[in-house]
Design a protein around this ligand. Structure first.
Ligand code: SF4
Length: 699
């Protein structure tokens, strides 16, 4: 195990976007995890992954020294090599030839320094993150609709709602503590209704009053149909529409095409099912729509999110208790990454690349080299690496050779890239195998900083383990490289609290209440206050000194005219549809007890017991000559996987489900990204990871 600092710590879970508070207590040689009763996200609850955190702290497989070409080197040698080689590529090819690729596993302080270095000093927009695969579509739709990237409500709204609509989300497995809260709320208030919209009958359906097993990818039509139905039933909030929104007329006109019959046909549902859904909404004074990857990971993800938001705006169901659209992130700090500007189309602190914003950030950072252009998003970035226009990439805390679509092309591209730097806690991952320089980062429990969960709640991740070997914090590594690149003064950080204060100050810098993300109220925290920081929801500023649990209660949004936007939607299905050769649609997703590419959760024997092998779940009538437990070859036009057969009569006909987690260390031929073609949403750049035509045969 990592070396204990010998004390109990209140920290935040390493895994999903629920962001549960965890208490780690020394126990024997290691630590045991329990839910923090004082944390508002979970009030003492934990799911199985969170409660097994103590089993994942061993040093087996850790990267404990910097390495160049597989040989251990000292930190000065490694840092000099990173800086010298980056500098040489920038000098010869310009700043657009280098890129950083981050992760929702990074702490906000790490993320801030990476983004500042790339966009503020190297002068390239090429800092993107694996959050592009997670919630980029939700971000674009919030900005279009509300004028800012904000989740309006909070977790309590789920408990207060008359109806909760869960769409594209297996909440029971992917966000289990939120699901536990829903189960409890429904028990206490039996009149509460839950609707699950998902092609699959997942564990989440256990609490569903209505399950709509719609045609994969048809969600936008369903919400357009619901909007039309609410209009027909006189359920629109005309006052709200008139006073607080723009675009209602054209949006309602577009939605009017989605008659009951047409919507039923498009979505593959019966008219009776649709009527039941519409009536439930019409009868519910309050409802929340919770959505996740089933909505976002689509070539029309932004439109799907907007269709959900249109419905809430038109019915006035947001800005009050128990109401609102609610996208939930997959990662512990996806939201924090958005806050610092970790997406390539953001500059910093929710600012983009307008002349005024660039000028403001330049003055704040005291840099005349701030980029004026967005960089390449994840899929385009790795395509540019494969094509050779990006010649250096620094990958931090993520495993794109497993998680990105077209993963074999990503591998091929990285293997020919002149400079691949990987900061990770594990020595051997699919991605680190192609790295020229490996930098040992601190892991969960060793690093110290903040994260933001899906309800805008900033929490501390606190360390309770000493740094193992020569591992160092990401912010320190980045700052050391920045100093070697000649940017010393701007990166002279000695403590993560200094970085947090700067980040908080930037969020409020010349902000006249026009930007939603404003935590300037935290800009003067002392190191000790930062260390003790209790969970708080942004904005946190002079207007909201204690934070803000629910936005838009006053009907004022962040567009210049303070009005929200409804936008007409033209629903469309996935780009790739089944063919004669590839007749089944593969849906990829999470299982209950694993996390992302398993580099942490795969260490826990308890978690491995749940499902120990990669599998393909299919309807028995869709695959002949195969029995449970056989090995299957699942192939798309892009690649193939070797998976265990798992027939299930509840799996919808014509589709299969494959987990997203397995990496090459656990199973040679199970990286789901290798199957998926890299189609992306044109507005968000988020790939369509949930739909790929495949064929399935006995191996
Ligand atoms: Fe961790 Fe998410 Fe489980 Fe909470 S629900 S304990 S944040 S994995």
């Amino acid at each position: 195990n990592g070396l204990s600092l010998g004390r109990e710590a209140a920290t935040t879970c390493a895994y999903c976007g629920v962001g549960c508070g965890v208490r780690m207590q020394p126990q024997g040689e290691g630590f045991s995890a329990s839910g923090d009763p004082r944390h508002p996200a979970n009030s003492g609850r934990l799911c199985v992954k969170g409660s097994a955190l103590g089993e994942t702290l061993d040093l087996q497989g850790r990267l404990l020294r910097p390495e160049i070409h597989g040989q251990p080197v000292s930190w000065p040698t490694a840092l000099d090599a990173v800086a010298t080689q980056l500098q040489a590529i920038i000098a010869e090819h310009g700043p657009q030839a280098v890129a950083f690729y981050g992760s929702g596993q990074l702490l906000t302080e790490d993320y801030y320094v990476a983004n500042k270095l790339m966009k503020g000093f190297i002068g390239s927009g090429n800092m993107d993150t694996n959050s592009r695969l997670c919630m980029a579509s939700a971000v674009v739709s919030y900005k279009r609709a509300f004028g800012a990237d904000v989740v309006p409500g909070n977790y309590q709204d789920l408990e207060l709602a008359d109806t909760v609509v869960l769409v594209g989300s297996n909440t029971a497995w992917a966000h289990p503590v939120l699901y536990q809260r829903l189960v409890q709320a429904k028990k206490s208030r039996p009149a509460m209704r839950v609707v699950v919209i998902d092609p699959r009958q997942t564990a989440t359906c256990d609490i569903a009053d209505l399950h709509l097993s719609l045609q994969p990818g048809s969600d936008a039509a369903l919400f357009c149909g619901a909007l039309h139905a609410m209009a027909e039933r006189g359920r629109l909030d005309q006052d709200f529409l008139l006073q607080h929104t723009e675009g209602a007329e054209s949006t309602l006109a577009a939605a009017a095409h989605w008659t009951l019959a047409r919507t039923a046909r498009f979505c593959g549902l019966s008219e009776e099912q649709l009527l039941a859904f519409y009536q439930l909404l019409a009868d519910s004074p309050s409802w929340v729509t919770l959505y996740s990857m089933g909505i976002n990971q689509s070539s029309s993800g932004v439109d799907k999110c907007q269709a959900i938001i249109n419905l809430h705006l038109a019915t006035g169901t947001l800005g009050r208790p128990g109401c609102g659209p609610f996208s939930i992130t997959g990662q512990p700090n996806a939201m924090g990454g958005r806050e610092v500007g970790g997406l390539a189309n953001q500059l910093a602190a929710h600012m983009a690349f307008g002349a005024e914003e660039v000028d403001r950030v330049s003055r704040f950072w005291e840099s005349d080299n701030v980029t004026t252009q967005p960089g390449l998003n994840a899929v385009d970035l790795f395509a540019a690496i494969a094509e050779g226009s990006v010649k250096a990439v620094w990958i931090m805390g993520t495993n794109p050779l497993v998680s990105l679509p077209d993963a074999d092309r990503v591998r091929h591209g990285l293997s020919r890239c002149p400079l691949v730097i990987v900061s990770d806690i594990m020595r051997d991952t699919d991605t680190s195998r192609v790295a020229h320089i490996r930098l040992p980062a601190l892991g969960w429990g060793e690093k110290n900083g903040t994260v933001t969960n899906s309800e805008r709640c900033i929490s501390r991740q606190r360390r309770f383990l000493a740094p193992p070997g020569e591992a160092r914090a990401d912010w320190w590594i980045l700052s050391q490289v920045a100093q070697r690149l000649g940017f010393g003064k701007a990166f002279a950080y000695q403590h993560p609290a200094e970085i947090f204060r700067e980040h908080a100050a930037l969020s409020g810098f010349e902000n006249q209440g026009t930007r939603a993300f404003d935590i300037s109220g935290l800009a003067t925290l002392s190191n000790a206050q930062w260390d003790e920081l209790a969970p708080c929801q942004w904005p946190i500023n002079s207007q909201h000194p204690q934070g803000c649990a629910r936005l838009f209660s006053d009907g004022r949004f962040f567009h210049a005219d303070a009005k929200a936007r409804l936008l007409p939607i033209v629903p469309r299905l996935a780009v790739n549809q089944p063919t004669v050769n590839y007749p089944l649609v593969m849906n990829s997703g999470r299982i209950r007890d694993q996390w992302h590419t398993m580099t942490r959760s795969g260490k826990s024997p308890r978690l491995m017991q749940h499902i120990s092998e990669p599998f393909c779940q299919y309807h028995p009538a869709d695959v002949s000559g195969v029995v449970a437990g056989d090995l299957l070859r699942v192939a798309s036009s892009h690649g193939w996987l070797l998976l265990r057969a798992r027939p299930d009569s509840l799996q919808p006909r014509g589709s299969v489900f494959v987990p997203m987690h397995w990496n090459s260390l656990f199973s040679q031929q199970a990286r789901v990204g290798a199957l998926i073609e890299a189609h992306t949403d044109p507005l968000s750049g988020q790939p369509e990871s949930k739909q790929m035509p495949v064929n399935v045969r006995r191996w």
